[in-house]
Each structure stands twice: as structure tokens, then as C-alpha cells.
Design a protein around this ligand. Structure first.
Ligand code: NAP
Ligand code: MG
Length: 400
């Protein structure tokens, strides 16, 4: 067959460690034999970030803004230990943080479901996609210890320094703690647009929840902005046959647990932090969780939710065999290729993405999988067989 042609290039962001090893093999075995792959390549491997004073991360994010679709490999976020391991000039910031800041996006995490891999919640038959607002709240709060006898206030000054409001938080008869946090209308509005846009894209009904009965002004503001933004999407939702529900966070948790999945769950920052770990665990392995960053103006960056799988990489460096799950990284590629195909009107490219996903699922469903999935797998008549990292990709290629 002739290779499938592309029009606009994808932004390709290469990364680190075990996922970097898988990255080139995925392209070699599963993509370039079929697609005349066009990418604008950025090497976000830690060595190159250090060499370019992290300029490469910013350039790649700007490229994603320009071209609209990016696919990213997992990358190391440097800490003290990495500083010495890679002899870094500086403790560079998290690349995902930089990209998110430039695209002003929201992260959506969705599990990949296969027959034979059961969720810990038996009623969850379809994916629950979780959207986490990634700005403000407790993550950029200030807090302080207050000694016995002190008084704490919430104080707001206008642009000229005049006091607009001063509220007593607490008079401390014994010592205690106090915290101040914020959010901004712009950020909440962007979050709402990204969520409604993604729900429409994926034809998923959507739930958003806060605790506005308690946090009347703070959470009330989130609720009101979502209501206002939803007006722009209401008729498109009706046409797509999906709905939007606002409810209290406790009620949302109960509804999600009782549901069969197939829902987009939009969460405030803290709720999203906690609930995304619950949802990911319930669906099985980190190797089966995808992640996409969607900006409010419709730019997309696809990646796996997991990290660079360092422990496996050190084994790989010693020449030992590894069995690292490449499914989430493969689905990052298919997500990006499908979106590129949709935007450029290339039906063949969209169909290719569907076929690669199907071949990947069937490989697992027919019993060939990496070690992380073996304890989760049970399907009548199928004895699961553990593949090493490369043989798993070959098993998919065989089905392609
Ligand atoms: P991790 O790479 O996600 O791996 C944690 C553990 O989860 C692994 O040791 C492995 O367990 C299991 N695991 C994760 N992905 C797997 C896969 N695809 N196949 C099989 N097992 C998988 O998290 P980490 O070890 O905390 O972080 C490593 C590096 O990744 C850090 O430098 C961190 O900064 C970076 N990171 C990057 C991103 C990103 O780029 N989006 C996200 C998170 C972390 P076993 O060892 O038990 O097999
Ligand atoms: Mg968390």
C-alpha cells in the first residue's frame, strides 16, 4: 500500500528514559511503515533542555499553539537528585507546567479499556474522563500559624491601597492555622470552555461539581461562570444528545460510583487531584491512562499520564529485559494523528488511528500483554502471556 500522506505536521516532543526508548520503537514498528509521517521535532530530553536553557520547551509549546496538535513523550521534572545525575545548570521547571502555562489548557485524563481487564468498580463499563482545573485554590495558597491571642482577617485593598473589605476569620484563643487562597474569573472561564468543548468533541455528558452550599462566594463564582459559559454551548449539546449537570461534589461522587462511566467529570483543582488517582487506580494500570491538554481556543497536546518509568530504564541500561507498557504512549500518537486528520480532512489518517487502537486492544484481549497487566487480566479461554517491551510492539505490528 502507499503510505498515508499528511498535510500539516504534528508537533513532536521527545522525552526521557524508558518512554524515550519506547517512543522511537513505536514510530519504527507501528507508524512510519504506514504513514508518511510529518512532524516538527523538539527534543525535550533533559540533556537538551539543559543545553538550550529550557528554551526548547517554550519553543515546542509555541509550535503547538501555531500548528494546533502536539504529541509528547514523558519527561523528567528535575529535583535535587536529578541535578547531580544529569549535572544540570539549573533545576528547570516541569515541562508540563511550562506547556500548560503557554497553552492555558485543561488536562483531560481518560482510561483505555480492554476486554479481560476489569475495573475495580464493576459497574464502570465505559471510560470516566476526568478534567482537573489546574490553577489556583490551595495549590497557590498562603498559610500561616497563628499563636494564641492573635486575630486573623481577610483583607482586600483596591488598586489605590484603600481597604475595600475586612472580615474577621477567627480570634485564636489557643494556637491554630489560617489559610488564604484565590482563583480568577479568566482561569475559571477558560476551564469551562475547555470542558464544554471536549465534551462536545467526545460526545460525552458532563458533570461539574463544587461545594457552593458552604463556599457561597468562592464556589458560587465557579458555578455562576460555568452556567454563563454553558449558554454558548447549550444548543450544540442538545444537537449532540448530551447534557450538562451541575451538582454538589458529594452528590457527584455518589453519581459517578453508581454510573456505568461514559461521563466527563470536571473537577476543581483539589477534587481533581484526589479523584484522578481514584479513577486511575480503579481502571487498573497507569500504563493504560491517556492524557490530553486542551486549550480554550482548541489546541491539543496528547501524552501518556504516567512518567518516564525510571525503574525500568535503569534495568534497560544494565541490559536486563523490561516489560514496559507502551499502550498510553501509542494512544497519545493515535489521539494526535486522529485530531490532525480531522482538522485537515484526512479520513485515511483518522481511520489509521482507529485501526492502530483496535490492533493494540486486540493484542491484549487475545492474551499478549506487558507484565503490569497480567495480574489484572482474566478472560475465559485466554491464557495471558507476558511480553517484553519490544515483543509487545511486535505483537501489535503483526495485527496491523
Ligand atoms: P512513573 O514513571 O509513572 O512510574 C512509577 C511506577 O509505575 C513505575 O516504576 C512502574 O511500577 C509503574 N508504571 C508507570 N508507567 C508504567 C508503564 N507504562 N508500564 C509499566 N509500569 C508502569 O512515575 P515516577 O517513577 O514517579 O517518575 C519517574 C519520572 O517521570 C520522574 O522523573 C518524574 O518527574 C517523571 N514524570 C513525568 C510525567 C510527565 O511527563 N507527564 C508524569 C509523571 C512523572 P513498577 O516499577 O512497580 O513496575
Ligand atoms: Mg493526585
Amino acid at each position: 500500500m502507499a503510505k498515508i500522506a499528511m498535510k500539516t505536521p504534528l508537533v513532536e516532543m521527545d522525552g526521557d528514559e524508558m518512554t524515550r526508548v519506547l517512543w522511537s520503537k513505536i514510530k519504527e514498528f507501528l507508524i512510519t511503515p504506514y504513514v508518511d509521517l510529518k512532524t516538527e521535532y523538539y527534543d525535550l530530553g533533559l540533556e537538551n533542555r539543559d543545553r538550550t536553557d529550557d528554551k526548547v520547551t517554550e519553543e515546542s509549546a509555541l509550535a503547538a499553539k501555531r500548528l494546533g496538535v502536539a504529541v509528547k513523550c514523558a519527561t523528567i521534572t528535575p529535583n535535587v537528585q536529578r541535578m547531580s545525575e544529569y549535572r544540570l545548570k539549573k533545576m528547570w521547571k516541569s515541562p508540563n507546567g511550562t506547556i500548560r502555562r503557554i497553552l492555558d489548557g485543561t488536562v483531560f485524563r481518560a482510561p483505555i479499556l480492554c476486554k479481560g481487564i476489569r475495573s475495580y468498580v464493576p459497574s464502570w463499563k465505559k471510560p470516566i474522563v476526568l478534567a482537573r482545573h489546574a490553577y489556583g485554590d490551595v495549590y497557590s495558597a498562603v498559610d500561616e500559624y497563628a499563636a494564641a491571642g492573635s486575630k486573623a482577617y481577610l483583607l482586600i485593598e483596591d488598586a489605590h491601597g484603600n481597604v475595600v473589605s475586612k472580615k474577621n476569620i477567627h480570634d485564636f484563643t489557643c494556637g491554630g492555622v489560617v489559610q488564604g487562597m484565590h482563583n480568577s474569573d479568566d482561569s475559571v472561564r477558560s476551564f469551562a470552555h475547555s470542558c464544554f468543548r471536549y465534551a462536545l468533541d467526545m460526545k460525552l455528558p458532563m458533570i461539574f461539581a463544587t461545594k457552593d452550599t458552604i463556599s457561597k462566594v468562592y464556589d458560587g463564582r465557579f458555578k455562576a461562570i460555568f452556567e454563563e459559559v454553558y449558554k454558548e454551548y447549550e444548543s450544540a449539546f442538545a444537537a449532540a444528545g448530551i447534557d450538562y449537570l451541575y451538582t454538589l461534589i458529594d452528590d457527584a461522587v455518589a453519581r459517578i460510583v453508581r454510573s456505568e462511566g461514559g461521563i466527563l467529570w470536571a473537577c476543581k483543582n483539589y477534587d481533581g487531584d484526589v479523584m484522578s488517582d481514584m479513577v486511575a487506580t480503579a481502571y487498573g494500570s497507569l500504563g493504560m491512562m491517556t492524557s490530553v491538554l486542551v486549550s480554550p481556543d482548541g489546541k491539543y497536546e496528547y501524552e501518556a499520564a504516567h512518567g518516564t518509568v525510571t525503574r525500568h530504564y535503569y534495568k534497560y541500561l544494565k541490559g536486563e529485559e523490561t516489560s514496559t507498557n507502551s499502550v498510553a504512549t501509542i494512544f497519545a500518537w493515535t489521539g494526535a494523528l486522529r485530531k490532525r486528520g480531522e482538522l485537515d480532512g484526512l479520513l485515511e489518517l483518522v481511520a489509521f488511528a482507529d485501526k492502530l487502537e483496535e490492533a493494540t486492544r486486540r493484542t491484549i484481549e487475545e492474551g499478549e500483554m506487558t507484565g503490569d497487566l497480567i495480574p489484572l487480566f482474566s478472560r475465559e479461554g485466554v491464557v495471558p502471556k507476558k511480553c517484553n517491551s519490544e515483543n509487545f510492539l511486535r505483537a501489535i505490528a503483526k495485527r496491523m
